[in-house]
Write a protein of this length. Sequence first.
Length: 391
Amino acid sequence: MTAPESFTPNDPVYLRDPFPVLQRWRELGPVVVDPGSGRVFLLSFDAVETGLSQIVRGHAQGPDRHKHFPGNPFAADGPGHTLARRVISPALSNRSVQRHRQRIEQIVDDALADKTDGSELHVVEEIGFVLPYKLTCDLLGIPEVDDPDLLRSWTWKSLDLIDAFLSPEQLQEDLAASALLKDHIEEVAEWKRRHPGDDLFSAVIVAADAGEVMAPEQVVPFIHTFYLAGMHTTVNQLALSFHALLTNRSQWETLVAQPQLLDNAVEEVLRFEPTAHYFRRSTEEEIEIAGVTIPKGKEVLCWIASANRDAAQWGDTANSLDITRADARHHIAFGKGPHTCIGSWLARLELNVVLGEVARRFPNSELPEQRLEWASNVIRGPEELVVRLRS
Ligand code: HEM
């Protein structure tokens, strides 16, 4: 069906709390057309799972958005994507990422070293970006840059290109940042060729030079996605997780009292407040989803944030945070199907260590009065979140 009015995802009210709007749209049906953009929205849990796994990426983002990174294997479908992905996926399995635990603990320890009862923790600034950034450098075997803030701005704007509702001005701004990021990654790739090691960047270069799963010119686009996908998602998910747990105080207290619930608490915050709200696909052939026929050539938005709150999947408590929820891990915050997040186990580990350490050291932490700024309709998260640490 077509919705009675257009979707307005950049409205500040929506950005502050998108879930009631998504619920209203989901109540219209599992598959709804946005009259403003003509896009098809998948909204129920089942429809989103099917969309993410069965509809190809196609050219949903438009070739202009990829212009600085042509030939990216992650933007492709079929063997060109799956074989390239396999070059790095074993190093990111649940078992493999455990070797980074100590390093993660060290980074978190450094960030909390000077904190005492009553200190403020600026989650985004002090842990959020530093942690995934340092890990990305470790995994790729590259030195940290002198000015991470510049890189942070380029990667954020380049990631912003997945926003389906960008204004023409934002698009130009994001593309300009993306061009600078391209120059930077090209320089890093040249450096890496001269300094090979036991790291993922070198593995990708070796695979590309062998020419079997990807071509040498695909190295930079491949690494570009790896850079973007792991950083700002983790930053935002950390901030959202603290926000969810501390505004649902009883859940924070349950976690403090029962630290054995930590793994499940991480799954539940991913379900309740997933940072990645939707991903785009485009139909290369007609497909039937939830009894609705979607014609060929349609742009489809798969609404993860809606699926993760669908009462048909989660029951009457879909809109409540419950860290004891038995099936929390069935959320689709990391997607589904061939493009499922390759870094999900690393992200889980990072969330686990940060939330676990803060809950253990500062069990009475709280959120002070603050005004949160929500910038993105696609990779959701506050620009900063301050936590008052209390022992
Ligand atoms: C909490 C943090 C994270 C969240 C919520 C998240 C979420 C997602 C989602 C939903 C997708 C699927 C996109 C689609 O279907 O179109 C995805 C893909 C991807 N993620 Fe993550 N991600 C996170 C962290 C990471 C990390 C830490 C890394 C790298 C170490 C990473 C690397 C990737 C890559 C490379 C892809 C593309 C996979 C492909 O197309 O085959 N992500 N992520």
